[in-house]
Design a binder for this molecule. Structure first.
Ligand SMILES: Nc1ncnc2c1ncn2[C@@H]1O[C@H](COP(=O)(O)OP(=O)(O)OP(=O)(O)O)[C@@H](O)[C@H]1O
Ligand SMILES: N[C@@H](CCO)C(=O)O
Length: 324
């Protein structure tokens, strides 16, 4: 028997919160936009766990199974739990493009760690799980940042905090807001996109970024939509990453002409997102991206609302396998 788990795609940074904000995504048409992972106990005398990869973006993953984040998470999980665990069979449905800006590696890390913890009747606390996910994801992208892991795991719009006890907290969200995300089909490696950033940021820029983030968060809490919308500006990463996304300026200009409030870089890119306050804006944004941003068959554009659930069990056929 097997259990199938899911973790949603996410928008890291959300323009105004570099490494500090992350939004989990759920397509409005009811489809899933994220990775699915089936976990089953291997045959009794199996000596090693096995991974099968399927899905639209399986061709973008490492050819060696042991390099896949699913098995890297399994190794780290069993080391942390430090109790005898059976070998497992995994099937990863890879539906998020690698190096996309949609939190693809975080999605695989979250769905695997969450799934393993559920499969073995929760030997790790939520905090232990979050720290494990952050450590593994950080190893991939070059530095620990929770702005994809936290929303993929916990759902909603997540604000990262300096607190060790509560490193992320769910923010309010305007229920009529939606985002159209568009992946062009090209790749930007997150570690590389972090290397183009300067080691220090000028004081005026830092002050402006603080004002923007504080205003955005205040606008969400006080339901002051204009305050939140007017704060959406990326003064930290975009000035250095725009050369990696040459079409950004022209697409933003066309989006503003269509009355779309904000167009920003999703995470480290190349995915872009358009923040929409009604369905007509979303329709226009979808058309703009599909006509002017898609570059190959890997490209995709989705109209999404916030995914409030985060990582979850999709299919279960028996009680969790408690560790003896
Ligand atoms: N299951 C997996 N899903 C995604 N990436 C994986 C997986 N297993 C191994 N990898 C490797 O992890 C690295 C992820 O790199 P990177 O962080 O740039 O991509 P990403 O997390 O997909 O980016 P983004 O967060 O912008 O979507 C790639 O080299 C990829 O080959
Ligand atoms: N916040 C990180 C990754 C987000 O996906 C960055 O911008 O490098």
């Amino acid at each position: 028997m097997e259990k199938t788990y899911y973790a949603p795609a996410s928008i890291g940074n959300f323009s105004v919160g570099f490494d500090t904000l992350g939004l989990a995504l759920s397509p409005v048409n009811g489809e899933l936009l994220g990775d699915r992972l089936a976990i089953a106990t291997a045959a009794k005398h199996s000596t090693k766990s096995k991974l099968v990869v399927a899905g639209r973006y399986r061709h973008q993953l490492p050819t060696k199974s042991q390099d896949n984040l699913v098995l890297r998470c399994w190794t780290a999980f069993r080391r942390l739990v430090a109790k005898p665990l059976p070998e497992l069979n995994f099937t990863l449905q890879k539906e998020l493009p690698v190096g996309s800006g949609l939190g693809s590696s975080a999605c695989s890390v979250v769905v695997t760690c969450y799934g393993l913890n559920h499969f073995f009747a929760e030997p790790l606390t939520t905090m232990e799980l979050l720290n494990l996910m952050a450590e593994i994801e950080g190893g991939v992208s070059g530095s620990v940042h929770l702005d994809n892991v936290a929303p993929a795991f916990l759902g909603g719009m997540q604000l990262m905090t300096p607190s060790l006890d509560e490193p992320a907290l769910k923010l309010p969200w305007f229920s009529h807001w939606s985002v159209v995300v568009s992946y062009p089909g090209t790749v930007i490696n997150t570690a590389m996109a972090r290397q183009v950033l300067p080691a220090t940021i000028a004081l005026p820029t830092t002050v402006r970024a603080a004002k923007n983030l504080a205003s955005f968060v205040s606008g969400l809490y006080t339901e002051n939509e204009a305050l939140a919308l007017n704060a959406l500006e990326d003064t930290i990463a975009e000035p250095y990453r725009q050369p990696l996304i040459p079409k950004l300026a022209s697409l933003r200009e066309q989006a503003h002409r269509l009355g779309i409030h904000h167009l920003g870089i999703s995470g480290a890119g190349p995915t872009l997102f358009a923040l929409c306050t009604d369905d007509e804006q979303a329709r226009q944004a979808q058309q703009l991206f599909e006509n002017h941003y898609h570059t190959n068959a890997d490209a995709m554009t989705h109209h999404c609302r916030v995914d409030l659930s985060g990582a979850r069990l999709l299919v279960s056929e028996e009680a969790p396998n408690a560790i003896s």
